[in-house]
Design a protein around this ligand. Structure first.
Ligand SMILES: *Cc1c(COP(=O)(O)O)cnc(C)c1O
Length: 396
């Protein structure tokens, strides 16, 4: 199933040997017209599914009107989307990017700048967590410290201290007079779908307050409705200082955002940071289109309800096949199903059957479906998964 030998492309992906021609809702279609139920969602990107009619509509209109100006000028749709994000969240101010990693870069630069501008230039270090994923830039691979991401790319960017995921005592012990911020994914995605408890996030908030540190959440994967709230940290009833968002915020159009409290954001003064494409009219048309739908009264409650249903059905499968499925975990529509065997062959079998999912680590199935899935879609997904599990044998 591996097709990574196309020499005109750099060989950095282990691609599955399938190509899709068309997408509609929760389905992708290959060149033969074969349908695939998409519970990978382009890795948590297709929040409103594929080719959502409203997004197609707003993007088409924008394509025919204006593509790009520059951040040299006002961009009204940028002001509008920022205001909507501010109104719906902890933040007072937003910086738009083209990707997740750029949103994290902005968050890291902002944390250092805010400390430096308030009389603490010595505070530049950021505490991060083992098995984290924050992107592929030099700074963000350095932030994770993971050999898999960093090997051969040194010297790394200095200033990151990793401790075990949400180990509060280890976090406390890692704080020095040079620490600027704590950065964490409220739900680790690539790391295997590990979810912070509300108490852990509350403890991090208290720890950050106690030491005048900035609390930064990477919500690139778990945010924008995926948890059943706009941002996953909201379940903990606390507010961070900075949040990085991307993926679902554009539902397939390249878009990211760094959101921050005004007291922090004010230090990113004119000329200190910027981007050519970030927040351009095309991206803003789609971003506003996504918000049109996510801000509807029943959108997030429906996501939460369907996510509960999906999880319940996965738990039923785990009870039925305890030797194959050893854990079901996650938050909202960001779920991990841990297998007792290597997951890649199962994923390839499911692909052949017409079901798409992602993977984390060697043995975790990662489900990141469009947030618009219905109970009918969930029942279909469960039957694909049950088929695959049954083929592995060991029904109890
Ligand atoms: C995907 C992801 C990133 C990187 O986003 P890109 O758009 O690929 O740069 C960073 N952090 C988390 C948690 C992610 O899931």
């Amino acid at each position: 199933m591996i097709a990574n030998t196309y020499p005109a492309l750099m060989p950095c992906y282990n691609r599955l040997n399938v190509a899709f021609e068309r997408g509609e809702g929760v389905y992708l279609y290959d060149g033969d017209g074969k349908a695939y139920l998409d519970f990978a969602g382009g890795i948590a990107v297709a929040s409103l599914g594929h080719c959502h009619p409203h997004l197609v509509d707003v993007l088409k209109k924008q394509v025919e009107t204006l593509w790009h100006t520059s951040n040299m000028y006002r961009i009204p749709a940028q002001e509008k989307l920022a205001e909507r994000l501010v109104d719906a969240s902890f933040a007072d101010s937003v910086f738009f990017t083209n990707s997740g990693v750029e949103a994290i870069e902005c968050a890291l630069k902002l944390a250092r700048k805010a400390q430096s501008s308030t009389g603490h230039p010595e505070r530049y270090r950021v505490i991060t967590y083992h098995n984290a994923f924050h992107g592929r830039s030099l700074a963000t691979i350095s932030a994770t410290g993971r050999e898999k991401l960093t090997k051969g790319f040194g010297p790394l960017v200095e200033g990151f201290d990793q401790v075990d995921f949400l180990d509060i005592e280890a976090t406390r012990a890692a704080i020095t007079s040079e620490t600027a911020a704590i950065m964490v994914e409220p739900v680790q995605g690539e790391g295997g779908i590990l979810t912070a408890t509300p108490e852990q996030l509350q403890e991090l908030r208290a720890l950050a307050d106690e030491h005048d540190l900035l609390l930064v959440f990477d919500e690139i994967q778990c945010g924008m409705g995926r948890s059943g709230k706009l941002f996953a940290f909201e379940w903990a009833g606390i507010e961070p200082d900075i949040v990085a968002s991307a993926k679902g915020i554009g539902s397939g159009f390249p878009l990211g955002a760094c959101l921050a409290k005004g007291s922090v954001a004010q230090h990113l003064t004119a000329g200190s940071h910027g981007t050519t494409y970030g927040g351009n009219p095309l991206a803003m048309a789609v971003g506003n289109g996504v918000m049109d739908i996510m801000l509807e009264d029943d959108f997030l409650p429906t996501v939460a309800e369907n996510a509960n249903y999906l999880r319940k059905q996965l738990n039923v499968l785990m009870q039925k096949y305890p030797e194959t499925i050893v854990d079901v975990r996650g938050l909202g529509m960001m779920l991990g199903v841990e297998f007792s065997c290597e997951f890649r062959p199962v994923l390839e079998g499911l692909l052949a059957d017409g079901f798409l999912c992602a993977q984390a680590g060697t043995n975790v199935m990662r489900l990141l479906p469009p947030l618009i899935i219905t109970k009918t879609d969930i029942d279909k997904a469960i039957s694909f998964i049950e088929n695959a599990v049954a083929k592995l044998g060991n029904k109890s």
